[in-house]
Design a protein around this ligand. Structure first.
Ligand SMILES: [Zn+2]
Length: 373
């Protein structure tokens, strides 16, 4: 299948509802979605392997040629100084609003950002309530110094979830603490207590009188004690999500060095696997923007939202602290949300400017902190 028909098929897969994109909590998605109840809906996995094998590598590599072609030997002259404190903006998911609202404002300040892109969503239209940046948009961002980062192939949660109910062999439902792995259907889940391990395909997910559940295609077949059991994507799928998204985006002509984890969900296993493909994860610990450049761990990052879930006063106070301590602030936002406007982004960039904080990409921040050691 060629890329064109793959893309068309993906576009036709609209109407599957939203996937709870924001901050690991589906209920936070409200603005865009007119259906009200669609937070219960999910996406089915494409049956055949559209995993990016058809990605056209012939695409115009010159688009971001200024940055590519220098790979590992990239000299430190290109690494901006973050000595007086710096800020990294990491935008989630790759909606067209990144290009239409965030990008022009960042250009006003000559300030780059990092865009976390879901590789299968590139160029999708009218999906999850908006359009998604296409290749030409991403190329324009990269040309302006933005970093294109991976946000996995399909926005799947990379963590493991404890079970909250015991499982009997004849049951087809399990009840995890969070239902993120129910947002996508057609993927296999591994249920394991460290001893016994079972793989089953998720075919449905909803909430019943016991709680949120994942429904499988067949009974689990084994008993599991909730206290000792987790459900998670098996290793091979984890590698697929992380490796293929990187390969597909690189096939479009971008240097992909870092990962943004869907739903802000990261555990030790996520880090172990991600290390094979990436130089860092920009949102390991949500809730604080503060990172110490001297002791910076690209796989132990703190990122905080700067418009959603916070106030102007809090953000200004946090930026004061970043400036005082000459720290590294990592900020995030979902531009498809109604309150994440160009005006609010501009205001934040003004605060950053007033405090003489450098704005760098996450990749640049990693490079700059390495030179400090
Ligand atoms: Zn996301």
């Amino acid at each position: 299948m060629d890329q064109q028909s793959t893309r068309r098929r993906l576009i036709e897969a609209t109407g599957v509802g939203m996937l709870g994109l924001t901050a690991g909590c589906v209920s936070r998605w409200t603005e865009r979605d007119g259906n009200g109840d669609s937070s219960e809906e999910s996406e089915s996995r494409d049956s055949d392997a559209d995993g990016g094998a058809e990605t056209e590598t012939g695409q115009d590599d010159t688009a971001n040629g200024a940055e590519s072609g220098e790979d590992e030997s990239e000299n430190t002259d290109d690494v901006p100084s973050i000595d007086g404190g710096a800020v990294v903006f990491v935008y989630d998911d790759g909606p067209i609003e990144d290009y239409e609202q965030a990008f022009p404002v960042h250009q006003e300040f000559d300030a780059p950002a990092t865009a976390g892109i879901v590789s299968e969503w590139v160029g999708r239209e009218d999906y999850n309530g908006t359009d998604w940046m296409a290749l030409n948009h991403l190329e324009e961002l990269a040309d302006a110094g933005w970093e294109i980062a991976s946000h996995t192939t399909a926005h799947t949660a990379l963590g493991a979830f404890d079970l909250v109910e015991d499982v009997e062999p004849d049951e087809t439902r399990i009840y995890p603490e969070q239902r993120n792995h129910g947002f996508h259907h057609g993927y296999e889940i591994e249920i394991t207590d460290g001893n016994e391990s079972v793989r089953r395909t998720v075919v449905d997910s909803d909430t019943d009188d016991i709680g949120g559940f994942l429904e499988f295609d067949e009974p689990v077949g084994v008993s599991f004690d909730a206290d000792e059991t987790v459900e998670r994507y098996p290793d091979d799928l984890m590698h697929e999500f992380l490796e293929e998204s990187k390969q597909d985006l690189e096939g479009l002509g971008f240097d992909i060095d870092t990962l943004l984890a869907p739903y802000d969900i990261v555990d030790e296993r996520t880090v172990d696997i991600a290390r094979e493909y990436y130089d860092g994860i920009s949102n390991v610990h949500p809730g604080s923007m503060h990172n110490d450049p001297e002791a910076f761990d690209p796989f132990g990052t703190n990122r905080d939202y700067f418009i959603e879930f916070t106030t102007r006063e809090e953000v200004q106070a946090e930026l004061d602290q970043v400036a005082e301590q000459e720290a590294l602030g990592i900020l995030g936002a979902h531009t498809f949300k109604d309150d994440v406007t160009a005006e609010r982004i501009r205001e934040t960039l003004e605060w950053v400017d007033e405090r003489d904080l450098e704005v760098v990409t996450f990749r640049e921040a990693i490079g700059a902190t390495e030179t400090l050691e």
